[in-house]
Design a protein around this ligand. Sequence first.
Ligand code: ADP
Ligand code: MG
Length: 287
Amino acid sequence: MSESSVPQADTSLADVHPADMPETDIAEEGGEGDLVVDGISKRFRTGRTDVHALDNIHLHVRPGEFVCLVGPSGCGKSTLLDIIAGLTRPDEGEVKADGQVVAGPHRHRLVMFQESALFPWLNTLGNVMFGLKLVRGLTRRQRLEIARSHLRLVGLEQFARANVHELSGGMRQRAALARALAPDPRVLLMDEPFSALDAMTREQLYGDLQRIREQRRKTIVLVTHNPREAVCLADRVILMSSPPGRIRDEFAISLPRPRDINTAEVAGYASRITMALRSYNDPELEA
Ligand SMILES: Nc1ncnc2c1ncn2[C@@H]1O[C@H](COP(=O)(O)OP(=O)(O)O)[C@@H](O)[C@H]1O
Ligand SMILES: [Mg+2]
């Protein structure tokens, strides 16, 4: 695809990616990525089932902090992330981003999913440029420059022209990360972004994400069911259990960075977290 054929703003695509959301609820000036989850509860009622997905969740994520939500499948991690993103409405409680109540999606809170959700009809560069439509007032040249610099940041500059189907799983997630970072959001929300990758690719991305995070400081909330991954990446690991989905405990991780997931220190924290998570499902183990 030639540069001139990289798509321009096209509102017909507006319904297909959560990043492509209008600027809705936060003024440009304001805080710096502070997140307060205040008393969130959520039920899903469908037919005869009634799932109490989240019960009275309180969480404060400070500007620039990296928090991991960890817990078994079904404990409400994705629901909580979607509520923070403004994609799902809670039944009770509210989320405040930089002091303002979250009423919908916003370019300062972008989400990255397990599957990269790249547009197959755009090349790598086009996908990153697409995310930049969220930023008002950029010329095409500026979008191109910002997109290129973010492809460099994630090590994909050689693949700017590649089609999505030519990229490996790890490269797709790198491209998705570049797309999420390019609009310079204050908060990056990541839902199991590495779960579909093989172990070696995943470990590379842990290193990349730590390096990138040093360069582009963001508030990050990452969801995972993998305690080691959480310890490797987070300043603070939040432990959840269900049903109903609740926060049970938190661990501050004070290990130096960059962290290698294969070290004894990471394993030590992770095993304590695993034991705690197990105990929530087995009352006899609970202290
Ligand atoms: N849109 C929905 N409709 C009905 N039930 C849902 C919906 N989304 C999530 N749930 C239910 O809410 C609970 C929490 O789901 P989820 O947040 O996806 O958990 P996790 O991400 O921790 O695996 C699960 O029991 C799930 O089946
Ligand atoms: Mg989930």
